[in-house]
Design a binder for this molecule. Structure first.
Ligand SMILES: Cc1cc2nc3c(=O)[nH]c(=O)nc-3n(C[C@H](O)[C@H](O)[C@H](O)COP(=O)(O)OP(=O)(O)OC[C@H]3O[C@@H](n4cnc5c(N)ncnc54)[C@H](O)[C@@H]3O)c2cc1C
Ligand code: SF4
Ligand code: SF4
Length: 405
């Protein structure tokens, strides 16, 4: 329940202004806040009250109450691309997995879509498996802000009571999901690599633990919804079905500028972030086996010949030879290119979890026992400094021959 500390309450009415459900009023006679029965415990007013006069006391809920939560929800994150808004690929990947979970539970699959002028994005969500879209349009949601998005999504969760909510573990998803979890006092499992439903209809959330050496299965038995974040490229995108449609629920967003504590003045893409290995089709990935930073030139030359992108193991990032956004693995990015070339990479588990979903993996390593060969489609045992220059030479010759024809 939402509690008011009458000693601390000054009657300033901020809670009244920010509550999306008109569930708190300041009584004129007492000049103190009073909570009404319509309170959904969304937490918006608690964060807005500058006098710390509000707090939420949550109790563990019974099995009967847990059973009332139903539906798999996905946060419909979008991004501005070439002057238009586009649904992020990870959302479509989550819809594929979400459909599977919803069918196992016999529940519906919905998307919460906060934004402004984003209605045109809805058909793509239906085509990829959504049954319902909660459209939350408001001009204050035109750009992502932690407070605006957390308030809006928390309100939908509080009223709709889904059993599962999934978020893409993108930079904004990593910011948003823990904020909602804290606000609603829910569990959250970050960076899941597997999601399933167990015999008790609970969400089985799998993720690497203890430095990636074991895979842990995590349950949230006492709270609902169960919430997980998943990185891009972990699940595959379902094939779209353009004949699918669904229901649109237009949510009345009651958002006040007071709850948004940040203002976006300018967006600057960092030079390091301009290389997006998550979306690359061909990755030429280097490990400590390259021996010297100078040898990266060879890797770059091969990447150029293949029209690919350079990535690498954490060892190279730790040495400062490549920037962190180009790191593949557990503490870097999860990638799924059509071709992944692993050059001088041993194949530690923390690296493998980030790249084993690639379509074709080719590895070069001078150690025949290297673990990377276990996940490779083609493995070459040998010195990469003999093989890579020869490979580049043959690629150049092949291209010349093609030009001459
Ligand atoms: C919590 C945690 C998170 C981590 N996250 C990540 C992560 O996100 N990504 C990641 O990559 N690692 C990660 N690591 C580190 C990981 O455990 C390994 O240490 C790292 O992946 C090793 O990098 P490497 O394969 O480049 O180097 P090494 O293990 O040193 O392997 C170099 C390889 O090159 C081969 N080699 C040497 N010379 C040649 C040559 N001339 N020709 C061909 N082959 C040659 C060697 O045989 C060897 O197999 C993490 C570790 C921890 C504890
Ligand atoms: S915002 Fe806080 S101090 Fe102001 S009226 Fe509400 S509870 Fe009282
Ligand atoms: S917790 Fe949410 S619903 Fe309840 S009074 Fe505060 S803002 Fe309104």
């Amino acid at each position: 329940m939402l509690k008011v500390d009458y000693e601390a309450c000054t009657g300033c009415k901020v809670c009244e202004k920010v509550c999306p459900f008109a569930a708190i009023v300041v009584v004129p006679e007492t000049k103190k806040a009073k909570v009404l029965d319509t309170c959904t415990l969304c937490g918006t007013c608690v964060n807005a009250c500058k006098f710390e006069a509000l707090s939420i006391e949550r109790r563990a809920i019974s099995e009967e109450e847990l059973a009332k939560f139903s539906g798999v929800f996905v946060w419909g994150e979008w991004e501005k691309k070439e002057d238009d808004n586009k649904i992020k690929k990870v959302v479509l990947e989550l819809l594929g997995k979400g459909r599977e979970l919803a069918e196992k539970l016999g529940e519906t699959l919905s998307v919460i879509l906060p934004g402004y002028n984003v209605e045109h994005l809805i058909p793509e969500l239906f085509h990829h498996g959504a049954d319902k879209v909660y459209l939350c349009e408001h001009e204050l949601l035109e750009q992502y802000t932690t407070d605006g998005y957390a308030t809006t999504i928390s309100s939908v969760i509080a009223t709709e009571k889904p059993s599962i909510v999934l978020y893409g573990a993108t930079p904004n998803g990593r910011d948003l999901a823990p904020r909602i979890a804290a606000r609603l006092a829910l569990g959250l499992t970050a960076d899941c690599t597997g999601l399933d439903i167990n015999e008790s209809r609970q969400l089985l959330q799998t993720r690497p633990a203890f430095g990636g050496n074991i895979m842990a299965s995590i349950l949230s038995p006492y709270t609902r919804p169960q919430m997980s974040s998943v990185r891009p490229n972990v699940f595959s995108k379902p094939n779209p079905d353009s004949s699918r449609t669904g229901d649109i629920v237009r949510v009345k967003v009651n958002l006040s500028r007071i709850v948004i504590r940040t203002k976006i003045i300018e967006e600057i893409v960092s030079k390091d972030d301009s290389i997006n290995i998550e979306e690359a089709k061909i990755l030429v990935s280097a490990g400590k086996g390259i021996g010297d930073k100078e040898n990266l030139k060879l890797i770059e030359e091969l990447a150029q010949e293949l029209s690919g992108t350079v990535s690498g193991s954490r060892a190279l990032v730790d040495l400062g030879w490549i920037p962190h956004p180009q790191q593949v693995g557990q503490s870097g990015k999860t990638v799924a290119p059509t071709l992944y070339l692993a050059l001088g990479i041993s194949g530690a588990i923390q690296h493998l979890v980030g790249m084993s979903g690639s379509d074709t993996i080719i590895s070069i390593n001078n150690d025949p026992e290297a673990a990377i060969f276990k996940v490779s489609d083609f493995g070459i045992v040998g010195n990469m400094f003999d093989i890579v220059p020869e490979f580049i030479k043959q690629l150049k010759e092949y291209k010349l021959k093609k030009q001459d024809k």
